[in-house]
Every structure is written in C-alpha cells, then in structure tokens.
Design a protein around this ligand. Structure first.
Ligand SMILES: [Zn+2]
Length: 536
C-alpha cells in the first residue's frame, strides 16, 4: 500500500520531465514560450509569417513566425496561436527566412564613405546586412572619425572596421624593409592601441603585400598583442598562399604562431591553395589548423566560392624587394639595366606560379581598353613577352586582375570545415563583390551539394558574428538585432560574371537591416539603416 502512491508520484514526475525535455528540444515550442511574454506587450512593427526558418545555429529549418519591434526581434513562434498583431505582415510562405548574412572580408571602406555608393546595394542584394572592412592590412587608423562620418551620412549595411598593420607601418616607417627601432615599434603599437580604443574589431595584416611583408613575425606579434589586450581579433592575408616565399603551409604555421604568442584569435582571410605548386595542400592545411584548434588556439578562416582570386598585376608578379621605397623606386628599378634582368626573371617565375599569361584577366585599371583581356592576349597584340607587357602596363599606372589559380577540390575541402565562413573579399572588377553569398547557395549547396543549406547559412551568419564578436547579431533570436533575409530557394543566384562583374544578385525578396526594410519585393528601398559596429 505504501509503495503505490510513491510509484505514481515517480511516474508523474517522469512524464513531466519528459514533456519539459520534448518542449526544450523543439525549437518552435521553446521559442513560443519565451516569445509570448514579450509579444503581448504591444503591437509589432513587422511580422514575417509562414516561412521556413533557419535560425543561423546550423539546425535544420523549422516553421514559425518572426516579429520585429523597433530594431529588434520581439517575437518568435506561432503568431496566430499567440494572437499577436503587427502593423505590417510579410507572407513568407514558400520562402526561406534566415539571419542577415555577415561578410568578414570586404573592400567596402571607400564605397561606404562615397555618397553615391554608401548604400552598399550590391551587398544588400546578396542578403548581406553586415560587412567588415579594413582587411589585408589596409584598414584605417582613425576608425573613430570614420564611424562618425558613416553615422552622419548614413550607410546601407552595418559595418565594422579593422585597423591595418600595413597602414600603421607605412605611416611610421614609410616603404622601407628595415626592422623598426624601439621607438618606431612603440609608435606602431600606440597607433594600433588607439584604433582599438576607438572601436576597431581587431587588426588586419596583408603580409603578402608591401609594406606589410617587410615586417617579421616578431614585429606582428608585438602589434597583435595590443589588439589582443583589448579583446580584438587578428585577421590576415597571409605572407604566402602559394610557393613565393615561405609557402602556404609555412604561412599557416606563422599565423598559428602569432595566435599562440600574441594570445589572440587568428583568422585567415580567403583561405586557398594558390597555384599548381600547392594544389592539394588544402588537406595538410586543414590538418595543421585542426591540430592547433585542438590545442586551444582559436583559428578560423573565410573563403569566397570562385576559382580566381583578385589582385593587382603588380602584387601578383613583382617581387617585394623591387617595391622597397615605394612606387617611384619600382619605376626606377624597371628601367635600370642592372636590376631589370633579375626583376624579369623573378616575374617569369611568378607568372608561371599563377598559371601563365592566359590565367591573368585584366579587370580594372587606368587604360580601360585593356579590361576584359588576358595578359596573354595583350602581349600577343603588342608583340612582347607577357612579362614585358606587364611591365608596360605597370609603368602606365597598373591594373587590377582576376587571377585564375585555384582548384575546385581545394575550394570544396576548405568549404566543408566547421571553422570556414563565407567572405567575399569583394573588389572592383571581380564578380565576387556582387555574387559571393548567392553563388555559394546556388552552386555549392543546391547544385553540387558540397555543404547543406543550414551549414552554409551558419557559415554566413552566426559563425562570423561569434568569430568577430558582433554582439546580438548573426542569429534569429529573441532580443537580437532584426537583421533578417527572406529569399526564394528556387531563384537565389549570382548574376555577376568575369565579363559583367557588376550584375546584382537575384532571389532576395526582403532584406531587413536593424528592423528596417532595405530590400522589398527584390528591390532596394533606398533605406540607409546600417550602423557602425564598434567593438564592445
Ligand atoms: Zn586579401
């Protein structure tokens, strides 16, 4: 007799516990419970109803509604059941709802500061609601001033900044390849610290480029430590993505060493195996990074879904020693009969590394007649060797190039890693500036099935927000900023090509930035709803 009620009690407890577990496991139920309290306080501004929702966490889709009040997500659940009302409702049935995409590597610094291009429309049409810029070591020092300017004039997407080690070194030491004196090092550290205190998210390097490449690893560690002390990240276009100097794997080891010794999370920009010399090294690169991660070093990377990189003719072919002292010194070396043979010989080797003259496509530059032609075609036309033609172009003001140097297997290997996020590295003349995010979905998710849709969305939102420590962004979560995209799985695609790199992407029906509609019915609304994102 005594035992029976006990058993009954245990049974009731068991069932209660099971119910709680089931509710907790179901994202919709979990959201509804917490959402209703908030939602019933007052009417919502915007309700997105009936979509397949990917919340950015990497979980599969669930069907629920999302409500926005002001600049935040204020309701998640079943709107009809909860009887919530909104000033405006978007019918998302048959569409995908996801967090606004975050691009960790862009060259939008000039665009956002330009009154004609500050809307960042090419990114909004990709579903990108937040960009980070100042990468490759080229970021500004006075980030506070830039944030204020952006706040005053308005910007189309949110934007964070990185202070550039190349800019800092250039300011203190000009274009010398010398080591810094103790005083110069102190000045550089001070500039990094100042930019971090003004809200930079971290420090970027372009160790492949001049003058960033003139800094030894120890110098970088000293500067990175200033960013580390202030909660920043180290973001690097590595010293070598190919076989120019220390090699792809040597560069990955250098980046990891910087992370370990400066005690800072390290992020590899546009991870790739550049050129046939290093094709296939994605396997070893991934193994090295996974080992470092297992040892507790925070290593991540971003990647764009194209086989061509974008650079300048000078950066692709000219060795760094020839750039010491700056552009005027380079011009002197080109015409100096003493140095010219060594210069052309090294340029020949670099051209081979990049796949030859047919794999360099001119995408921008002073001479507009060259755009759309390969270096090989130009050389033939001028009856010159490709390197001679390249030197002529460099002397006449230089050119931007799309450099076809990657292999799909390496791209796919990197894309599958849990620590690789989507990043455009968008630059003028390369289609990635207009197409990266939709292209990854269309080509690598839907067509080739290299990664799943929830995986790709996570790699384009939450993973990036966490890596760069962007607070309350990157997920569809109650109380988070209302950066939301609604797109059509059937039509989402890039339109930009190497021939026509400035075609806007298609398929984004609605893009919401801080609660405001920036894209509506697949058209830019003219909203400037973006905000500077300062490190917090
Ligand atoms: Zn770069």
């Amino acid at each position: 007799m005594k035992e029976k009620p006990m058993n009954a009690k245990i049974t009731i407890r068991f069932w209660l516990a099971l119910m709680v577990c089931l509710v907790a496991m179901n994202p919709v139920a979990r959201h509804s419970i917490s959402a209703m309290v908030l939602a019933q306080e007052s009417k919502l501004d915007l309700l997105i109803k009936g979509g397949r929702v990917f919340d950015g966490s990497g979980s599969p889709a669930a069907n629920y509604d999302i409500g926005i009040r002001g600049d935040r997500i204020a309701f998640i659940g079943d709107a009809a059941k909860s009887a919530v009302s909104a000033a405006r409702t978007i019918d998302a049935s048959g569409l995908i709802v996801a967090p606004g995409f975050i691009d960790p590597h862009t060259h939008t610094f000039e665009d956002l500061s330009d009154l004609k291009r500050k809307s960042n429309e090419n990114y909004l049409m990709q579903g990108v609601t937040t960009v980070i810029t100042g990468n490759d070591g080229g970021g500004p020092i006075h980030v506070g001033e830039i944030f204020e300017k952006w706040e005053k004039q308005g910007i189309g997407t949110n934007a964070g900044l990185l202070v550039g080690q190349g800019t800092v070194r250039g300011q203190v030491m000009k274009m010398t390849d010398a080591d810094p004196t103790p005083d110069q090092l102190a000045q550089m550290k001070h500039l990094v610290a100042q930019a971090m205190d003004e809200g930079a998210l971290g420090m970027s390097t372009g160790l492949y480029y001049a003058p960033g490449s003139y800094a030894k690893t120890e110098e970088i560690i000293e500067l990175a430590n200033e960013a580390a002390k202030r909660g920043g990240i180290y973001d690097s276009h590595m010293r070598d993505e190919s076989s120019y100097t220390i090699g792809l794997l040597g560069s990955i080891r250098e980046t990891i060493r910087i992370g370990r010794e400066a005690k800072i999370p390290v992020h590899i920009s546009h991870i790739k195996a550049l050129g046939t010399d290093v094709w296939g090294q994605s396997v070893e690169a991934i193994a090295i990074i996974n080992k470092a991660r297992a040892e507790g070093i925070d290593v991540t990377a971003d990647q764009y879904p194209y086989t061509a990189s974008g650079s300048s003719l000078t950066a692709s072919l000219v060795p760094r020693w020839a750039e010491v002292g700056g552009h005027s010194e380079l011009l002197k070396r080109i015409d100096d009969p003493q140095t010219r043979p060594r210069l052309t010989a090294e340029m020949e080797a670099n051209l081979k590394r990049r796949g030859g003259a047919e794999s360099l496509l001119i995408t921008s530059g002073r001479d507009k007649t060259l755009i759309g032609k390969t270096l090989g075609a130009i050389a033939k036309q001028r009856n010159k060797t490709p390197v001679e033609a390249a030197l002529e172009i460099i002397k006449a003001g230089g050119a931007g190039v799309a450099s076809f140097n990657m292999n799909e297997k390496d791209i796919e290997n990197f894309m599958k890693q849990s620590w690789v996020m989507t990043g455009s590295d968008g630059s003028t003349g390369h289609p990635r500036k207009y197409g990266t995010f939709p292209r990854k979905l269309r080509e690598y998710v839907f067509n080739r099935k290299v990664v799943t849709l929830p995986f790709a969305i996570h790699a384009s939102s939450k993973l990036t927000a966490e890596t760069f420590r962007l607070r309350d962004r990157g997920e569809l979560k109650l109380g988070y900023f209302a950066d939301v995209v609604v797109f059509d799985e059937k039509t989402i695609a890039d339109r930009a090509t190497y021939e026509h790199p400035e075609e806007l992407a298609v398929g984004m029906k609605y893009v919401i930035v801080n609660g405001k509609l920036a894209v509506e019915g697949s058209k830019y609304t003219g909203a400037l709803a973006g905000r500077p994102i300062r490190r917090q």
